[in-house]
Design a binder for this molecule. Structure first.
Ligand SMILES: NC(=O)c1ccc[n+]([C@@H]2O[C@H](COP(=O)([O-])OP(=O)(O)OC[C@H]3O[C@@H](n4cnc5c(N)ncnc54)[C@H](O)[C@@H]3O)[C@@H](O)[C@H]2O)c1
Ligand SMILES: O=C(O)CC[C@@H](O)C(=O)O
Length: 526
């Protein structure tokens, strides 16, 4: 049974899902050295923001297939190191969107009305109404940096509160921003005009220290900054200095350069600053959402299925995956089959996406075909994450072509592998209830669902040959489950595809090719 390590607090709903397919160990608060010591035993690791998954931990995770981050940001995972080792990294892109947006909105209002400090003063026994005179957000300018999932929800609620919305996001169109009631502006204008600036961007080299002494100097002296995105986007000492010197009005921070926040001058800035311990995603609802979302993905990967929100599989988003899932299985099966027919070392794989598969969304099918092709060489070590890298390292040239006009089936996939032992091709489609069918082998039309053990022959279409092959297989106690012949012309060349109940015993292939009329025989295990 597979083993999953949960190294941060995760809602029980997630643990219950994982327990259906694996032994689950919950060990929170591990030191890096302790994690390194035990990670080798586990097939999957599930974390929140508390565990830092470094290259060292990944190297020690010799069995790891998947790292699941119950949340959005994967900046606490060395994703390139995981990708190099073929480890899938998944997250929960939407599970905590509302929680994080509501936390940012709570910060805006709390900062405006000094709620945390006013509350603390009443609890101390005071009744001070002068110190805590606040400001209204109504008709104020809210500058949203990053108009993605969280930024958009903040926009819709802030609009309802009567705020005027400015937004900066270089990857969002003016139309989309307008749909959300935001005026898309450049960053300088946003800094100059905003009364509140709320950050909803990832931490990247471009966004690190985006808020620094220089950019703070551009803001209104009353401006308030909210960061519920990631620590490190704000230069904390520049921010502390700007608040102390009255260059800006205040800040509310949920995330910090280093967490937990250690000694910091931010702690001593009084009512103009609110600090929360990375609580953006900490609602009951969000924790259930992210735990279920990520646990389901870990379960799927343990069961050999693709994950819907893998961050290191290019082009495979949840909606695309839903649509492509059955075709991914088709591509993988055909890749595995053509690799075995080709034998030897494959040098070129041509992937032809036909009919409705000839769209740009079909890129993951090429990866799935490579995964299938490399399965014989790498077994479980090849997956959707590392298939392209492994193919490149083996010098396999991949040619991708598309033919939207092909109309034999709604969508079909044609693979051709050329290697040291020659060229072979297979075509397949999904028929009926999305059942995989082989529709062509080496240019000969057939129509068979693939089975675990198969035998293919290339032979002369002539009387008696099927009977001879059947007797030969019978003499080796091989039971034939189904058989089909594909030919282009009567008494020309033909291909026979047989599904057999057991693997072909050693040595029998040579006997088969000695049958008069049979030129070649191939056995495959799928
Ligand atoms: N505090 C928390 O507990 C908590 C909870 C959830 C998410 N987060 C963080 O919130 C942030 C936003 O999450 P999301 O789900 O909205 O992500 P998202 O991917 O939906 O949106 C991010 C947006 O930022 C934009 N962007 C990227 N680089 C930019 C740049 N240089 N300048 C301006 N815009 C840029 C993108 O175009 C995108 O629209 C992430 O950093 C995430 O880790 C924090
Ligand atoms: O795990 C958490 O509580 C924080 C998650 C949050 O930072 C995220 O990026 O999703």
């Amino acid at each position: 049974m597979s083993k999953v390590l949960v190294s941060d607090p995760i809602d029980q709903a997630g643990i219950d899902i994982l327990s259906q397919v694996a032994t689950v160990d919950v060990k929170t608060g591990l030191k890096p050295a302790e994690l390194i010591e035990i990670i080798g035993e586990y097939d999957a690791l599930m974390i929140r923001s508390g565990t830092r998954v470094t290259q060292e931990i990944i190297e020690a995770g010799t069995q790891l297939k998947i790292i699941g981050r119950a949340g959005v940001g994967v900046d606490n995972v060395d994703v390139p190191a995981a990708t190099r080792k073929g480890i899938i990294v998944v997250n929960s892109p939407e599970g905590n969107t509302i929680a994080a947006a509501e936390h940012a909105l709570a910060m805006i209002l709390s900062l405006s009305r000094h709620i945390p400090d006013a509350n603390a003063s009443v609890k101390r026994g005071e009744w001070d109404r002068k110190t805590f005179v606040g400001a209204e957000v109504y008709k104020k300018n809210l500058g949203i940096v990053g108009l993605g999932k969280i930024g958009s929800h903040v926009a819709s609620v802030a609009k309802a509160m009567g705020m005027k919305l400015l937004a900066y996001d270089p990857f969002i169109s003016t139309e989309r921003a307008e749909q959300m009631g935001c005026q898309l502006v450049d960053l300088d204008l946003l800094f100059q005009q905003a009364d509140y600036i709320t950050l909803h961007i990832p931490k990247t080299p471009e966004t690190t220290n985006l808020i620094n002494a220089k950019t703070l100097a551009k803001m209104k002296p009353t401006a308030r900054i909210i960061n519920c995105a990631r620590g490190g986007i704000i230069d904390e000492s520049a921010l502390a200095a700007a608040i102390k010197e009255g260059k800006i009005g205040g800040a509310a921070l949920d995330v910090f350069d280093s967490e937990p926040l250690g000694e910091s001058e931010l702690r001593s800035l009084g009512k103009d600053i609110i600090l929360t311990p990375h609580l953006g995603a900490s609602t009951t609802e969000a924790q259930v959402n992210v735990a279920i979302d990520v646990a389901e993905q870990i379960r799927d990967v343990i069961l050999g299925l693709p994950a819907r929100s893998a961050v290191n599989i290019p082009g495979l988003g949840p909606d695309i995956l839903e649509e492509l899932k059955p075709y991914m299985q088709l591509a993988e099966t055909l890749g595995n089959l053509v690799g075995q027919l080709a034998g030897g070392r494959v040098e070129t794989l041509t992937v032809k996406l036909q009919g409705e598969l000839a769209t740009n969304k079909s890129q993951p099918l090429v990866v799935a075909a490579l995964k299938g092709l490399l399965y014989q060489a790498l077994r479980e070590r090849v997956n959707y994450v590392n298939a392209s890298i492994e193919a490149k390292e083996r010098g396999i040239r991949v040619i991708e072509t598309r033919d939207a006009s092909a109309r034999d089936y709604a969508g079909s996939l044609h693979l051709e592998a050329t290697g040291t032992l020659g060229t072979h091709s297979v075509t397949g489609a999904l028929l009926g209830d999305k059942e995989i069918h082989l529709t062509d082998v080496d240019g000969f039309p057939i129509n068979v669902p693939p089975s675990k053990y198969m035998l293919f022959t290339l032979h002369r279409d002539m009387p008696g040959i099927i009977g001879k092959l059947g007797s030969l297989l019978g003499s080796f106690n091989v039971n034939i489950a189904s058989m089909q012949v594909g030919r282009k012309i009567v008494r020309g060349d033909a291909v026979m595809a047989l599904s057999i109940d057991d693997p072909l015993p050693d040595g029998i292939l040579d006997e088969i090719t000695k049958v008069p009329g049979i030129r070649d025989a191939y056995t495959v295990t799928l």
